[in-house]
Design a protein around this ligand. Structure first.
Ligand code: ZN
Ligand code: ZN
Length: 89
């Protein structure tokens, strides 16, 4: 069933894990905005988006792995400064 939040004006280009209808599609393979294989964008939360496939009506959270607030996992690590221990004096 189509989600009431589904809006043709809000679309996302991610592969549907259920019907995998993008398989063998050239535009999808190239990462372009395919005219056939898009999903309804229902919601977005940080780097995750809630999408619905118009082909099988499956809904799922998709991790975009980028986006607002996203940081690489190791970016917060404190650099290891060499310990001089006062030996320079
Ligand atoms: Zn699907
Ligand atoms: Zn496609």
């Amino acid at each position: 069933m189509r989600d009431p939040q589904a809006d043709i004006g809000r679309r996302a280009w991610v592969a549907c894990p259920r019907c995998a209808d993008h398989a063998g599609c050239a535009p999808c393979h190239d990462g372009r905005s395919c005219e056939t294989h898009w999903r309804f964008l229902l919601a977005a939360e940080a780097r995750r988006i809630f999408v619905q496939c118009p082909g099988c009506w499956y809904r799922w959270w998709h991790d975009t792995e980028f986006g607002a607030g996203d940081r690489p996992a190791d970016v917060d690590q404190v650099p290891a400064f060499p310990d001089h221990g006062g030996a320079a004096a």
